[in-house]
Design a protein around this ligand. Structure first.
Ligand code: NAP
Ligand code: G3H
Length: 476
């Protein structure tokens, strides 16, 4: 059993208000972060604005070298950061460790990719009435000060997926991590600084989103907002800002569609891994199954078998798949969905049990469209099965969601796979795989209430730059 961590309060300053960061595993205080004031926010944004003047002119190869160094430092500290990630957001060892490795790869790939993004020149004579005397040199310019707001569930990776592409493109950054996750956020900023980022290029803002969020998003010197989090907060931000470009990764209700010719054992293995890893606290978790009735019983047999293999418990004690949820509020919400499904007649196949914030992997059959769990994002370990009579009914139900992040389709028939994929209103369709984000250079986006704009390394760099055309007129 790992020792309970006791935070050393002697280092705190009297004139600063702090927010306690408590581990979701045992509620112990593992650290404190400053509850920044509006004045602190002003100062962070001002620093970023000033630093932009120099950073945008730093040669790309120099910016890239700083990123490569940051990736190296991240890996040098992988053990300590894995430990912090596990304690701060309750992640299991394997997921926490792979988050750090994936982030180092992300940073390197970002630097490599930026070096291969070139501008173009466009000849005037391709448009009627113009000749070769006129041509446009098209380059990409940084947008300025990027506000990066990250969620709790990938405090290192989803922060870096905003920060690294923003920096390599010549932007400066104001970074507001999720409060639970801000100890990881502080470490991330420190390591980028250690890698050689000039002062003011990356600035941390900590404190509760409910207290400083509105102020920071509405700040007039923010030129771009890159946000990942819930649809509720994302919508709120989009209502508050004006003429500021937004890149948003929001909620999801990813469906796994299982057709009658699917390899059911394979589909079940994928679906369970996709639904329950890190207790389903992933935007891309499989959040509902739409299965053709004829094969539903057989699929449930395999799903049950896979669920029985899941390890549940305290990630500090052993390697587990299902961990305590991030907060009591989150666990209460998941239990509400479970109770609602029970009351409305869904058949509980397994789970439904709660111990503190730990909810056992829960599978419901015969979920109907009047049940909340059919539509709401639990961000927890509950998986509803909706039986359908046809492929078209599966597509209709999949598309009836307000979300449109990803969907999976399991079938052995490529024609059917395309039939479904072509009709799904989502950012990504996975054929014969669980829904998932990686590899991180693939485009990643949500439609409808799942987001605005496209992420993915090259796409993120492009999103946080703007095109500039310099038109040369030779016959002046
Ligand atoms: P959240 O509650 O929406 O918080 C996200 C971030 O917004 C946090 O940094 C939060 O800070 C901040 N925030 C809160 N109120 C704000 C305000 N008024 N103005 C500006 N910022 C504010 O989401 P979460 O619980 O961390 O993450 C879970 C959600 O994120 C799920 O819905 C999930 O689907 C979504 N998500 C989506 C993706 C994707 O790629 N589509 C990826 C990961 C997660 P505080 O922590 O201080 O409140
Ligand atoms: O929570 C959202 C993450 O972007 C999901 O990434 O599919 O690799 O777990 P993942």
């Amino acid at each position: 059993m790992t020792q309970k961590y006791v935070f050393d309060r002697s280092i705190l300053k009297d004139n600063i208000q702090y927010v306690e960061i408590k581990s979701p595993i045992d509620d112990s205080v593992i650290g404190l972060v400053p509850a920044m004031t509006k004045k602190d926010v002003d100062s962070a944004v001002w620093m970023a604005k000033e630093a932009f003047k120099g950073w945008k002119n730093v040669p790309l190869n120099v910016r890239a070298d700083i990123l490569y160094k940051a990736a190296d430092i991240l890996l040098e500290h992988i053990d300590r950061l894995t430990d912090l990630l596990m304690k701060e957001v309750g992640k299991d060892y394997k997921s926490a460790n792979s988050e750090i490795k994936r982030t180092a790869d992300f940073i390197r790939f970002t630097a490599d990719t930026a070096k291969s993004i070139h501008g173009e020149s466009i000849q005037g004579d391709t448009f009627s009435g113009f000749n070769k005397d006129k041509f446009a040199m098209v380059t990409r310019e940084p947008v300025g000060v990027v506000l990066a707001i990250s969620p709790f569930n990938y405090p290192i990776n989803l922060a870096t997926s905003k920060i690294a592409p923003a920096l390599i493109a010549g932007n400066t950054v104001v970074f507001k991590p999720a409060t639970i996750g801000s100890l990881c956020g502080m470490e991330l900023v420190k390591l980028f600084q250690k890698a050689g980022l000039p002062e003011g290029v990356l600035n941390l803002v900590t404190g509760k989103g409910s207290e400083i969020g509105d102020y920071v998003v509405s700040h007039t010197d923010i030129n771009f907002i890159n946000f990942t989090g819930s649809t509720e907060i994302g919508l709120g931000i989009s209502e508050k800002v004006h003429m500021v470009p937004l890149l948003m990764e929001l909620g999801g209700k990813d469906a796994a569609i299982v057709l009658k010719d699917a390899n059911l054992a394979f589909a079940a293995k994928n679906i369970i891994a996709g639904a329950f890893s890190y207790s389903g606290q992933r935007c891309t978790a499989v959040k509902r199954i739409l299965v053709v009735d004829e094969v539903a019983d057989e699929l449930i047999g395999y799903l049950n078998e896979e669920i029985s293999k899941l390890q549940v418990g305290n990630p500090l004690e052993k390697q587990v798949d299902v961990v305590p949820l991030i907060s009591t509020k989150a666990a209460d919400f998941v239990m509400e969905l479970i109770e609602d499904a029970k009351e409305k007649g869904a058949k509980l196949i397994v789970g439904g049990k709660r111990q503190g914030n730990l909810i056992y992997p829960t599978l419901f059959d015969y979920v109907t469209t009047d049940m909340r769990v059919a539509w709401e994002e639990p961000f927890g370990p509950v998986l509803p099965i909706l039986r359908v009579n046809s492929v078209d009914e599966a597509i209709e139900l999949a598309n009836r969601s307000e979300y449109g992040l990803q969907s999976s389709v399991f079938t052995e028939n490529i024609t059917d796979a395309f039939y479904v994929a072509n009709r799904l209103e989502v950012g990504t369709v996975q054929v014969n795989n669980k829904t998932e984000r990686g590899p991180d250079h693939f485009p990643f986006l949500g439609v409808k209430k799942s987001g605005i704009g496209t992420q993915g390394i090259r796409y993120s760099i492009e999103a946080m730059t703007r095109v500039k055309a310099t038109v040369i007129n030779l016959n002046h």
